[in-house]
Design a protein around this ligand. Structure first.
Ligand code: ADP
Ligand code: MG
Ligand code: ZN
Length: 371
């Protein structure tokens, strides 16, 4: 049996250009390498799984490459690049400050820094979760950060920028990594699915991308998890089942019922949701998002704010056509009030049912006003 390698590791980008969604950062780094004006200390900030460590490793490999391409990418062939691939390069040193945060750990690193590289030109020190260093470790490190030897580059990474003291901030070039957009994640997953021989619904991948909340690593882990369960075809339904997500079909149906002023149907839909074991609050929040989506696709200028696959976009525009903005806004008010009251309510189901009845009466109300 072949060893299973998780996708997040198997598909770690090896070049600047394949890092998803961080182009301004990777371009700045490439330009700095090209012009020879690379800073010696960087601070990479951003949430988990957005490419900080990946970019740091690519930078280390690229500046040591003997045969860089015109586009300032590593050749992946030379001795130095090879040593990075096999994990044998002595020019990269990674310290996880979350678990090694004592003065001794930092002293050990500082001792290393003095030694010049044997192969290649630069040694790159990545200190992950740098905000976790103890204050004495920080102090021991400051001097080295202030006057590093020419061959040393420090990349400090953190998920909590606000915990970094000003003395460090002022010594580093700071890059803020963005959370990755849903569409970019979904596109990336589609490429990986193809490489893995998995045929996946665009809607399934989109749902995974939403769940990952901006972190590409999380998206890949979820993808692996569901493929293990579903095999080589990945459907929207597989994803819903695995992630315990409510099918957006329910929201479309509820709004159809509201349009027809059909209270009974709306209550039956809610019942169905409860019977499937979903939480009422999840439904309230989801319906609120649905309404928001209907509202943004009313105007061509905001329709780009709708982050859904093209097949679903069409359905939103169709449903939005029949309901005027005023009414959507009032529906949103009802939902947000339900959301606020939910926790303190003694009868949460009734609270949602009343909200649904109100939704189903909105049309009547607005027609009365017109008379
Ligand atoms: N921007 C990105 N582009 C492509 N893959 C990414 C990106 N960010 C994360 N990944 C995937 O997630 C894995 C972990 O990313 P990593 O760079 O270690 O995240 P961080 O250091 O920001 O927590 C990578 O191996 C890669 O598969
Ligand atoms: Mg990392
Ligand atoms: Zn090379």
């Amino acid at each position: 049996m072949s060893d299973f390698v998780v996708s997040a590791r198997k598909y770690r980008p090896q070049t600047f250009d394949t890092v998803v969604g961080q182009h301004s950062i990777t371009n700045t780094l490439k330009n700095a390498i090209k012009s020879g004006h690379l800073a010696q200390a960087f601070l990479f900030c951003g949430s988990r799984g957005v490419g900080k460590t990946t970019t740091a490793r690519i930078l280390a490999k690229t500046i040591n490459c003997f045969n860089r391409t015109e586009q300032m990418e590593a050749c992946d062939q030379c001795d130095s690049c090879q040593s990075f691939h096999t994990g044998n390069s002595l020019n990269i040193y990674e310290l996880d400050a979350a678990s090694n945060n004592s003065v001794d750990d930092i002293r050990h690193l500082i001792d290393q820094v003095r030694i010049a590289p044997q192969l290649g030109t630069h040694k790159v020190y990545i200190i992950d979760e740098v905000h976790m260093l103890s204050s004495s470790a920080f102090n021991a490190f400051l001097k080295t950060l202030e006057e590093p030897p020419k061959h040393a580059i420090f990349i400090l990474a953190t998920t909590e920028k606000h915990k970094i003291i000003p003395t460090i901030l002022s010594r580093c070039q700071i890059f803020d990594f963005s959370r990755i957009r849903v569409k970019d994640i979904a596109d990336h997953l589609a490429q990986i699915a193809t490489k893995e021989g998995v045929s996946a619904d665009p809607e399934a991948l989109h749902q995974i991308a939403m769940k990952a909340d901006g972190a590409l690593r999380d998206a890949l882990s979820i993808f692996d998890q569901i493929v293990t369960f579903a095999g080589n075809t990945l459907t929207y339904k597989d994803v819903l089942e695995n992630l315990n997500i409510l099918d957006y079909e329910y929201y479309f149906k509820v709004m159809d019922a509201a349009e027809k002023e059909d209270i009974s149907t709306s209550l039956l839909i809610l019942n169905d949701i409860y019977e499937k074991g979903f939480d009422g609050h999840q439904f309230v929040v989801g319906l609120g998002e649905h309404l928001r989506n209907l509202l943004v696709c009313k105007d061509a200028r905001t329709s780009n704010l709708l982050e859904v696959p093209d097949t679903v976009r069409q359905r939103f525009s169709e449903q939005a056509k029949d309901i005027d903005s005023q009414r959507i806004m009032r529906a949103l008010n009802i939902l947000s009030k339900t959301d606020v009251d939910y926790k303190s309510s003694k009868n949460q189901r009734l609270l949602i049912e009343v909200a649904l009845m109100q939704l189903c009466s909105l049309k009547q109300e607005s027609e009365k006003k017109k008379d």
